[in-house]
Design a protein around this ligand. Sequence first.
Ligand code: NAI
Length: 316
Amino acid sequence: MTRVAVLGAGGGIGQPLSLLLKADPLVSSLNLYDIRGAPGVAADCSHIDTASTVTGFHADNLPKALEGAEIIVIPAGVPRKPGMTRDDLFNTNAGIVRDLAQAISEHAPKAHVLIISNPVNSTVPIVANVFKKAGTYDPKKLYGITTLDVVRASRFLSEVVPGTDPKDITVPVVGGHSGVTIVPLLSQTEVGKGVAGADWEKLVNRIQFGGDEVVKAKDGAGSATLSMAYAAAKFTHALLRATRGEAGIVTPAFVESPLFEKDGVHFFSSNIELGKEGIAKIHPLGTLSAEEEKLVAAAIPELKKNIEKGVKFVGA
Ligand code: NAI
């Protein structure tokens, strides 16, 4: 019996994510919450012929939506419009995420919490600090979802190396989830290590700013929703497998991490091994090329700024 709750289930990501979770045989109960539209999405998904039950909750019913949830996925908040950075969303989304985290600390303090709402580099520290204040923080169960960067890296790399299939390519994408903080370690993949020079630069830039392609193409109607829903469902499925006891599941996520503590960066994305109780192990970055070292060095100050902004928002 695994209950998954989606907060923001009525939105562009929330709806297809709810659909994909309804189709996941490892989900047995799905709670859908939004300030608008969740009961409709729930009624719709509930007709799908998988065994799980689906319940929709109105805006004033958040505590009930969280009850018994083991995994909580949060895509609540506003998305980018053309010309905006993820940081431009801070003012609106920081408060939304803080209030949802507060409710989680009261009604589902033991749940795994998966943060999609941007800016992830700041919203994850916000949630951590709300939980800390409430005395419910378990760093092993809080994840910033960077899976879309991993998905994009695999797809975009396969496009530049003819004859390859993205399903056979896994690129560790480390750092954070915005612009220069997104660092794909192409040298660590068989397919990617041959990409060099201008081709490498172009590919890295596309992975870092791939989200902008979607924002631009949607022309004011939002950012990535379908590919993001796919990515979040993929991460959730990996976590479900791990919590059921499957060993050796490794994927990147933006988590509290010792890797760059020496630089004052307390959250970082790198490969993590998932286990029954959440994060079982944080992998080091491994061997980097000289160019990748430079990318990491460029990511650090930006990450530090984003993380501090989140921490400051909640206050000591
Ligand atoms: P959207 O505007 O289509 O949907 C957001 C939903 O959140 C709406 O249904 C809205 O009613 C709901 N919402 C707002 N306040 C809420 C609250 N207090 N409680 C519950 N629900 C609330 O936006 P979309 O496209 O689904 O994006 C959602 C977030 O995901 C944005 O912040 C976006 O930047 C982020 N995102 C993150 C990605 C990642 O890789 N981590 C990739 C793409 C988007």
